[in-house]
Structure formats: C-alpha cells, structure tokens
Design a protein around this ligand. Structure first.
Ligand code: HEC
Ligand code: HEC
Ligand code: HEC
Ligand code: HEC
Ligand code: HEC
Length: 399
C-alpha cells in the first residue's frame, strides 16, 4: 500500500514538468533577493552587481529587491549563477563554456570576445554606453517621431536614476521585457523592475501557448509564444536536441495605424500582435518584418506578398519544401527555425514546408561577438567557397 502511495506521489510530482509548468517559481529565502529597509547596520543592502561591473548598484529598488536587472543577471563570470538556491540566468559574463540563448552583452564592452564594439548588439542603459553608431536611431523603425528620440519615444528613456538617456532599457516602456506601456498612449510608462511586477514569482516555463500576460509569455516578452528549454541545459540553445522552440507564422502583418494594418499597441501594452518572436522584433524594427503597403508604403517591408522576389530577407515565412531549402531537415543552432504551433517538447528535426524563418535564424537577441549581432561571422559566408553553417544552413547549395 505504502509503495502504491509513493508511486502515485512521485507520479504527481512529475506532472508539472510535463508541459507549461505554471509553478516554475524562484526558490530560496526572501533575504537572498529582497531587503526590507535597504539597511543593515546602517549600510545599504541593495548591493548585487557591485563587483566592478559598469552598472551601479544602489538601492532602494522597486519591489524591495537587492539589485537592478543586471545586479542579478550580470553577477560574476559564469553563465548561470546560483543565489542561495535559485539559479539566475546571466546575460553579461565571460564564461568560456558558452552563452545562454539570448546572447551576452559582454561582447559590446569587450569583457568577452574579440573586442568592444557598439555594432555587436543592443546597447542597454545598464551598460552605461549608448550606441555611438546608432545614437537615437532604431534601424528599420519607420513609424515616425514617436518611435525615436522625441519626448515619449522609445529612445527617450528614463533610467533608474530618473535621468533621460538616449538608449534602451531592459524592461518597460523603452525596453523589451515586461509591460511596454508608453505613458503617451495612456499606459503606465513603467521602466525596468516596475514593469516586471509579479513576473518572477509566477514564471511559467515549458510550453507557453497562451502568452496573455507577462509571466506566461516567452522569457517575459509580453505576448510572445514559445517553448522554454527547461531541461539540463536550461536557458540554452546548446545543440539540435537541447534548445528553445520559437513561434512563427506564415505571413508577417502589415504595420500601421490605419485600417487593414496591425498596430503594436494593445491591451497589454506594446507587443507582438501575431505572437511570433519576429513580430516582437518588429515592434521596433517594423520595416524589416512587415509586408509592404502599410505605414512606410511600398519601400517598407519585405515586399507585398510572401512570395519571392522579396526586397528584404523575409521572416515569418515558411521554409519552402523544395529546391535547396528542402535539404534543411536536422535542426541546427547555427540557424534555428520557428514552428507554426508551439510544441510540447524540443525537437531535433526541421520540417521544410512547415517551419518558419525568423529574425533569430540569423541574429542573437542581446549581443553576439559579430557585427550586426549575427550568430556567425558573415565574412565567412562565401559562395562557392565550400563553407557550412550560417546562411548555408538553409541555402544548402550556395556553398
Ligand atoms: C531568487 C530571488 C528571489 C527570492 C528568493 C524571493 N524573491 Fe520576491 N521577487 C524577486 C524579484 C526579482 C522580484 C521583482 C520582479 C517581479 O515582481 O517579478 C520579486 C518580487 C516580489 C514581490 C512583488 C511582486 C509579486 O510577485 O507579488 C513580492 C511580494 C515578493 N517578491 C515577495 C517575496 C517573498 C515573501 C519571498 C520569500 C518567501 C521572496 N519574494 C523571495 C526575487 C526573489
Ligand atoms: C533579485 C534578483 C533578480 C532581479 C533584480 C531580477 N531578476 Fe530576473 N531572474 C531572477 C531569477 C532568480 C530568475 C530565474 C527564475 C526562474 O528560474 O523561474 C530570473 C529570471 C529572469 C528571466 C528568465 C525568465 C524565464 O523565462 O526563464 C528574465 C527574462 C528576467 N529574469 C528578466 C529580468 C529583468 C528584465 C529584470 C529587471 C527589470 C530582472 N530580471 C531582475 C532574479 C532576478
Ligand atoms: C524596444 C525596441 C527594440 C526591440 C524590441 C528590438 N530592438 Fe533591435 N535595436 C533597437 C535599437 C534602438 C537599436 C540601435 C541601438 C543599439 O544597437 O543599441 C537596435 C539595434 C539592433 C541591431 C543592430 C545591432 C548593432 O549594433 O549593429 C540588430 C541586429 C537588432 N537590433 C536586432 C533585433 C532583433 C533580432 C530583435 C528581436 C529579438 C530586436 N532587435 C528587438 C531597438 C529594438
Ligand atoms: C532559416 C533559413 C534561412 C537562413 C539562415 C537564411 N535564409 Fe535566405 N532565405 C530563406 C528563405 C525561406 C527564403 C525565401 C525562399 C522563397 O520563398 O523563395 C530566403 C531567400 C533569400 C534570398 C532571395 C530573396 C528573394 O527575393 O527570393 C537571398 C538573397 C537570401 N535568402 C540570402 C541569405 C543570406 C545571405 C543569408 C545569410 C546571411 C540567408 N539568406 C540566411 C531562408 C534562410
Ligand atoms: C537571413 C538572415 C537574417 C534574418 C532572417 C534577419 N536578419 Fe537582420 N541582418 C542580417 C544581416 C546579414 C545584416 C547585416 C546588414 C545587411 O546585410 O543588410 C542584418 C542587419 C540587421 C540590423 C542592423 C541594420 C543596420 O542598419 O545596421 C537590424 C536592426 C536587423 N538586422 C534586424 C533584423 C530583424 C528585426 C529581423 C527580423 C524581422 C532580421 N533582422 C532578420 C541578417 C538577417
């Protein structure tokens, strides 16, 4: 009898890991991450990240946490750091064993890789170094001054100190994670931690097919569906069998504010309106994702249809099950594809005719060691040169 009960208990305990685990919450004593008064022996306690990194570590912080985003996500040198029992994914480190799936902001400042360069990624506020090459510019952003450096625009960020800086923040109105709800649009205008309230303790992982709030969206990117690798190589795109799964669609939207077009502002703030990861990038880089014909006219976007010839490399289009594309059948982390339905598990297969090209087929999300934040060295993509990987993962006969 006892054995049967034990078996049932073990079986029950495994259920949350099967799919869409709503209970993948952070664990450990409150004191590891929170400080009630930001004071102990009259010394501040919000000190996470005070280890010589570029970002300041000062409290008090919203939700009484002991550091800003990078205070917890940029500690030490390893790609995953444990704070008293809770693993914390790291986005700025010098770990030689590799980076997490989003990339590594350390390439921008040269703390890892071939040397500092603003061209290697998104220069977020915490780095303390606005992008000198694209100051106040969003490449591919075409929807007018609201989206650039004017008052209330994406690049008119208020950072944690209340200062206005021409750069991106990790989360909120001027960033990527959390609720992106611009004050100018009747939204909350919250930035960084304030825009993340209630996400960490509710973090869902595995198959995320609802994405109707921040906590059950892919990596706290509001509205983005996907499958989070929660296995042995959590947070990593390690190899064909161990990687996140991304959501894609068969036709990009036409962006704009008029009828027949898609507006990125919704009930949950600015978000990917087709739930795809490419649609998320498109909320800022609309021109590189949209179908032509919305705001921006015929010169904007990939072309007016999802058929070749295109005028920009397409994303949210299906990998054709013919010609050279039909040969891409084994998943490669060199050029991941997105799926039309959020899978319940990771798959090592690619299905031409169904799977979808996305921005992250070629780019990282945070930063990489290559110009334009590419996954690989573009200068090594030489037609007829016998190369492999990169572009050749899909364009299998061009080497
Ligand atoms: C490993 C780190 C970590 C630990 C341990 C932790 N928290 Fe948090 N908690 C956070 C972070 C980060 C936030 C702020 C961002 C957010 O809300 O997602 C937060 C936010 C909160 C919030 C406000 C948002 C919400 O979800 O209600 C409360 C309340 C809270 N924590 C209470 C606690 C209590 C009580 C404990 C101990 C039993 C605890 N936390 C332990 C990291 C942690
Ligand atoms: C006090 C420490 C702490 C702070 C501050 C903090 N985080 Fe986290 N964060 C964590 C921990 C711990 C986890 C792992 C949670 C888990 O495994 O469910 C995490 C996980 C995440 C993830 C991955 C979620 C997933 O799907 O696995 C994202 C994205 C993230 N945090 C973003 C942020 C952003 C953006 C900020 C600042 C606005 C921030 N965090 C501030 C501790 C922190
Ligand atoms: C909140 C707006 C925003 C979102 C969302 C966003 N970007 Fe960007 N991106 C920017 C801005 C601003 C720049 C220019 C400044 C910089 O590079 O720091 C930029 C620069 C870039 C660059 C050029 C980097 C360089 O320095 O050469 C690439 C590539 C890029 N983004 C890809 C992406 C991809 C892929 C996604 C989705 C995963 C994405 N972006 C999502 C705002 C955004
Ligand atoms: C994830 C797969 C994938 C990767 C990686 C990829 N492509 Fe493509 N590419 C496609 C698909 C799909 C099409 C459209 C095929 C069609 O519908 O005819 C395409 C089309 C093209 C076209 C033709 C556009 C047209 O008008 O027909 C060019 C040129 C191109 N890609 C170049 C590149 C280069 C250069 C790289 C590397 C920087 C690259 N691609 C990486 C999948 C990929
Ligand atoms: C097929 C590979 C591929 C795909 C897919 C792709 N890009 Fe790129 N991207 C590149 C390359 C290569 C460059 C370098 C500039 C060039 O060749 O046009 C680049 C450059 C950029 C830049 C920098 C532009 C500048 O002015 O310096 C941004 C921003 C960008 N891409 C965003 C995106 C976004 C957003 C998506 C998805 C909607 C996307 N890319 C999809 C390959 C790709």
């Amino acid at each position: 009898m006892k054995k049967i009960v034990l078996v049932i208990l073990i079986a029950l305990s495994l259920i949350p890991f099967i799919r869409g685990n709503p209970d993948a919450k952070i664990t450990g004593p409150c004191v590891n991450c929170h400080t009630m008064h930001d004071s102990q022996g009259n010394t501040g306690m919000a000190t996470y990240g005070a280890d010589g990194k570029p970002w300041k570590s000062i409290g008090p912080n919203p939700m009484l946490v002991r550091g800003g985003c990078m205070g917890c996500h940029g500690i030490g040198t390893a790609k995953i750091v444990n704070i008293g029992g809770s693993d914390v994914p790291q986005v700025y480190h010098s770990d030689a064993s590799g980076d997490l799936a989003g990339g590594n902001f350390a390439y921008i400042l040269g703390a890892k890789g071939s040397g500092a360069s603003d061209r290697k990624g998104h220069n977020i506020d915490d780095l303390g170094k606005p992008d000198a090459v694209m100051a106040g510019i969003i490449p591919g952003g075409f929807l007018g001054s609201f989206h650039t450096k004017t008052s209330g625009g994406i690049l008119d960020s208020t950072n944690g100190d209340g200062a206005t800086i021409p750069t991106l923040t990790c989360a909120g109105e001027n960033g990527c994670h959390g609720v992106r709800s611009p004050a100018g649009f009747g939204g909350s205008g919250l930035v960084n931690l304030a825009a993340m309230k209630g996400t960490h303790h509710q973090n869902a992982s595995g198959q995320l097919d609802a994405a109707d709030k921040v906590s059950n969206s892919y990596r706290f990117l509001t509205g983005v569906k996907g499958f989070e690798n929660d296995g042995t190589y959590k947070w990593q795109n390690k190899d064909a069998s161990n990687h996140n799964e991304y959501f894609g669609t068969t036709t990009p939207p036409k962006y704009g504010c008029a009828g027949g077009t898609v507006n990125c502002h919704g009930a949950n703030g600015v978000q990917s309106q087709n739930n795809s990861i490419s649609g998320f990038c498109g909320t800022c880089h609309g021109n590189f994702h949209t179908l032509s014909g919305g705001t921006g006219g015929s010169a904007a976007g990939i072309g007016s249809t999802t058929n070749s010839p295109f005028q920009r490399h397409p994303t949210d289009v299906v990998l054709p099950n013919k010609t050279e594309y039909a040969a891409y059948t084994s998943f490669s982390v060199q050029a991941p594809v997105a799926r039309q339905a959020v899978p319940a598990a990771m798959s090592a297969a690619v299905a031409p005719g169904s799977d979808v090209v996305m921005c992250l087929s070629c780019h990282m999300a945070h930063a990489s060691d290559y110009p334009s934040m590419l996954r690989w060295d573009y200068t090594a993509m030489v037609a007829g040169g016998g190369g492999s990987g990169g572009c050749f993962t899909c364009h299998t006969t061009k080497n």
